[in-house]
Design a protein around this ligand. Sequence first.
Ligand SMILES: NC(=O)C1=CN([C@@H]2O[C@H](COP(=O)(O)OP(=O)(O)OC[C@H]3O[C@@H](n4cnc5c(N)ncnc54)[C@H](OP(=O)(O)O)[C@@H]3O)[C@@H](O)[C@H]2O)C=CC1
Ligand SMILES: N[C@@H](CC=O)C(=O)O
Length: 429
Amino acid sequence: MDLEIGLLGCGTVGAGVVSLVRRRAGKVADMTGSRPVVKTILVRNLDKNRGVTFEHERLTTRPDDILRDEDIQIVIETIGGIEPAKTYILEALRNGKHVVTANKDLIAVHGPEILRVAEENHVSVLFEAAVGGAIPLVGPLKENLTANEVTDLKGIINGTTNFILSEMTSRHIDFEEALAMAQELGYAESDPSSDVDGLDAARKLVILSSIAFQTEVHLTDIRIEGIRHVRAKDVRYADELGYVIKLLAVGRDHGGELTLAVRPTLIPKVHPLAHVSDAYNALYVRGDAAGDLMFFGRGAGSMPTASAVVGDVISLVRNLKLGYVASSPNGTLTAKPVVDREDDRYKYYFRLVVHDQPGVFASIAQLFGSAHASMETVLQKRVDGGCAEIVIVTHELSTTTARHLVDELQHLSHLQAVECVMPVEPVTE
Ligand SMILES: NC(=O)C1=CN([C@@H]2O[C@H](COP(=O)(O)OP(=O)(O)OC[C@H]3O[C@@H](n4cnc5c(N)ncnc54)[C@H](OP(=O)(O)O)[C@@H]3O)[C@@H](O)[C@H]2O)C=CC1
Ligand SMILES: N[C@@H](CC=O)C(=O)O
């Protein structure tokens, strides 16, 4: 028997979904007695080449051809963004259809409402593909690791920025060229500023930390810094000093208080996360019973993301056979305040541009000394226009001291700019 699917959107991810559903239909039919078939596909432009040939699938520009088709039991949403995806998903749920989505923008902001509507209508919403592309993260956190108090999430959860930083490091190309390649390869969002400015990783951190820490996390709870201000020279200096730069997402539950941040970070080359290159993602999870776990795999791209979407579809087909409806992943939520822990300690990387004059370095050293911020390494490079660049890696400082130093440096008469400040991840914790 055919189990009919409606697909909303057929771009990078949607086209992968069409191929993979076809490829696995026979196997699913053998397993469950139901053969998943994509019946109708919603797009904006019927004439566009999508890199996939359509067989029995019908393309339409009318959402009702899917949302009001009583034979369609599962709706897959790969449009992205908030509207019209939200309206379509809510209507599908209210019409009794199960939904699979890859849309982190939507789940991060409207996840609780969408899950509530699904529950009210006795249908499921699954969203494994919204975080980490092919890597199973939502499933393990909501199912396999529920026996744990999860205290730490830490990792690289944006493929585009990881690809850009990796290309800048290994092939010495500049930011714009690397971003254009990430777009060409289908890794970037339709508006790539959400990748580059850290929002995409922050949305994923909202989803992961809500599930892992059993609470409702909001995007505004997260300190977000992207990679736009990271220059090729920072990548080079980091390399010279024994580090690579990664956009790191960190969520920590300090006994009921959360800290949540996305920011570029120097990672020692010997650290396992330093070797996560290209569009790969990796996430460390620490649970009180499981200990440390690391998840690794392709975090973006057509088929890796389709793998997660179609995995959710197959779970639904199995559940339908068993007459089971997956409920909201969070169950009862505990309110947990999100705090800015000023006493957290890290080493810091500073890159300053100064007028190259005698005594400048002495005044910087004096300023660091009076803040009790000792320097571990210093590089000094002459640059154009009578200026010099000073790169300092400190010993561990509190966040308060690092911020105080940035403020105080602005008052130095020979300082041109504090161009880049990033924390340094310890080798191990
Ligand atoms: N790309 C990736 O690696 C990953 C993406 N995701 C998520 O998957 C989702 C899809 O991403 P991706 O495939 O890259 O996006 P694309 O931009 O490649 O595809 C979007 C598709 O949606 C269609 N669409 C857009 N607006 C409308 C509308 N108003 N009505 C009907 N159809 C519309 C487009 O139609 P048309 O082609 O006719 O313009 C296109 O087919 C997003 O939520 C993204 O965040 C998740 C993980 C990885
Ligand atoms: N733009 C995203 C796509 C996958 O979620 C990324 O680069 O990680």
